[in-house]
Write a protein that binds this ligand. Structure first.
Ligand code: ARG
Length: 268
């Protein structure tokens, strides 16, 4: 655990990669095995970009929840908390690097208890400097209530512009995949030797072919019937049949989200 934790920390700081690079079965590893979707089908999907020397690079996914607020993963924004101007969000486009509307990030609330070692509490709220215009391709999704019940096997959709295979290249277009919720005990057993599946996490996987989120999808949405239930957080490899994808369990953070939205309203 300690060694993998060390690797995790290094990888997080280099990019958004937080899986441990053990060899993956290449043909299993391929939003891996998803389908291309139009942004109007997933209008709450946003892309989070970070400033680089040459301009702006794709950093992570994000999810629109109000006209100024987006959720993402804490590990995506950890190094930017005091410099939100190095981040911007792009909404309303099905293409990873072109089109859509760009909004500057003016405030980042990263969960106070986020741990880069255990990846617990991997959630952050971003506030845009301007109000986002909603349209057919830009719209909020509602967040799971505090007591939202998520039975094992529930169907969900994960989406993003991330890689289409483990250590592969990012998708130029928005992709989505159907996955099913995996029970907490099955997921904990799968990850027994690697990590702890905390209360604030929820696991999901797709089978035949294996479907999953992958690098670059972090911070993006896992949605059940128009309700945001998860935020892409981490996994061992991608679409590895032995390891489900791990998401931040949104219902668990409903009070935290409400509190930060209130702060955003009050302080701007
Ligand atoms: N940590 C990755 C990112 O930063 C997301 C990994 C999700 N992996 C998975 N197998 N579901 O983009």
């Amino acid at each position: 655990m300690q060694l993998s934790v060390g690797i995790v920390v290094i990888l997080v700081s280099v990019s958004c990669v937080i899986t441990i690079p053990v060899p993956d079965n290449a043909d299993l590893a391929r939003i891996v095995n998803g389908e291309t979707v139009d942004i109007t089908e997933i209008p709450y999907q946003a892309a989070l970009r970070r400033r680089v020397l040459s301009g702006w690079a794709h950093n992570c996914g994000a999810v629109i929840i109000t006209n100024r607020g987006l959720l993402t993963a804490a590990h995506c924004v950890e190094t930017f908390v005091s410099q939100p101007s190095l981040l911007r969000v792009v909404v309303g486009t099905s293409s990873r690097l072109t089109g859509g509307k760009t909004y500057d990030v003016s405030v980042i609330y990263s969960h106070e208890s986020f741990s880069a070692t255990t990846l617990e509490h991997d959630i952050a709220l971003l506030g845009t400097s301007k109000i986002m215009d909603f349209s057919q391709s830009v719209a909020p999704v509602s967040i799971a209530s505090e007591h939202y019940v998520l039975p094992d096997g529930t169907g969900a959709v994960v989406s993003g512009f991330g890689t289409t295979s483990y250590e592969g290249s990012s998708s130029e277009v928005l992709m989505a995949a159907r996955v099913s919720i995996v029970s907490q005990s099955v997921c904990a057993r799968a990850y027994l030797r690697i990590a702890t599946i905390g209360e604030g996490m929820v696991c999901a996987k797709g089978s035949n072919p294996p479907r999953d989120a992958c690098q670059g999808d972090s911070g993006g949405p896992l949605v059940v019937r128009n309700v945001l239930v998860g935020i892409v957080s981490w996994g061992e490899g991608c679409a590895n049949t032995n390891y489900p994808g791990v998401y931040t369990r949104v219902s668990e953070y409903n009070p935290w989200i409400k509190q930060k939205l209130e702060l955003l309203r009050a302080t701007g």
